[in-house]
Design a protein around this ligand. Structure first.
Ligand code: ZN
Length: 203
C-alpha cells in the first residue's frame, strides 16, 4: 500500500528517532494525521524551537538556552572542582544527593569505538582546555562503573595526569542500608579495593 508523498516523507523522518522502525513510524504518522493534528502542530513547533534555541553550554556541555548554563554561572559553586559525568541524568543524580558543590563536565556518553564515539565526540579537547586554563585543582571522574565507563575514566586519567591537577575517581561499592548477601560480588570486591583508612585522631 502506497501513501502520499508527504505522508511517506513524514514516516521516513520519524525513523531518525532511536528505536523507531518503519512499523512504529507508520503508526505515529497515521495517528498524527488522522487523530491528533493539534498534537502534531505542538510537536512540530516544540521541535523547531528546541533545534533553534538549545545549544551546548560552552563550559560543561549540558544542553541549555544560554551560552553558559546557570549552574556554571553560579558563583556560589566551587569552580576549582570539576566532576566529569556521562549524562545530564548523572549530573542530576549527584545534584540531588547534595554532597557536591563544584562544577560539572558532561561527556554526553562514554568511549565506544564500535559506535564511532571517540574523545572528540565526548568533548575531551574542551575538557583538557578547561583544565589547562588553570582554575581547576581537582577533576573527579564519575563515569559509570560499567566496562565502558571504566575505560573512559582510564583514558581521561592518562590525558589529565600531565596537567598538574588532582585526578580522583568516585568510590564505588556498597549502597547505604544494604546487606552483604544482597550485593553482587563485583560491587563487594570494588568496595574492598576502594577501602579508606579510618582516621583515629591523636592529639
Ligand atoms: Zn554549564
Amino acid at each position: 500500500m502506497a501513501y502520499s508523498p508527504l505522508t511517506e516523507q513524514l514516516m521516513e523522518a520519524l525513523q531518525v528517532l532511536p528505536g523507531v522502525g518503519s512499523r512504529s513510524a507508520e503508526r505515529m504518522t497515521l495517528h498524527l494525521l488522522e487523530r491528533d493534528r493539534e498534537g502534531g502542530q505542538m510537536l512540530s513547533q516544540a521541535l523547531q524551537r528546541a533545534l533553534d534555541g538549545v545549544m551546548h553550554c560552552a563550559r560543561c556541555r549540558v544542553l541549555t538556552e544560554q551560552a553558559v548554563c546557570e549552574l556554571c554561572q553560579n558563583d556560589d559553586r566551587d569552580h576549582s572542582r570539576l566532576c566529569v559525568v556521562e549524562t545530564p541524568q548523572d549530573r542530576e543524580a549527584i545534584e540531588v544527593s547534595g554532597g557536591y558543590l563544584g562544577d560539572y563536565f558532561v561527556l554526553q556518553g562514554h568511549l565506544s569505538p564500535i559506535d564511532g564515539i571517540g574523545p572528540d565526540e565526548l568533548g575531551v579537547p574542551l575538557l583538557l582546555e578547561r583544565v589547562k586554563s588553570g582554575d581547576i585543582e581537582e577533576v573527579i571522574l564519575a563515569t559509570n562503573a560499567s566496562m565502558e565507563g571504566e575505560a573512559t575514566a582510564h583514558y581521561l586519567t592518562e590525558q589529565l595526569q600531565p596537567l598538574k591537577v588532582v585526578v580522583s575517581r568516585i568510590a564505588r561499592g556498597i549502597p547505604v542500608g544494604s546487606e552483604f548477601g544482597r550485593i553482587d560480588s563485583h560491587s563487594l570486591s570494588q568496595a574492598l579495593q576502594d577501602r579508606k583508612p579510618l582516621g583515629f585522631e591523636h592529639d
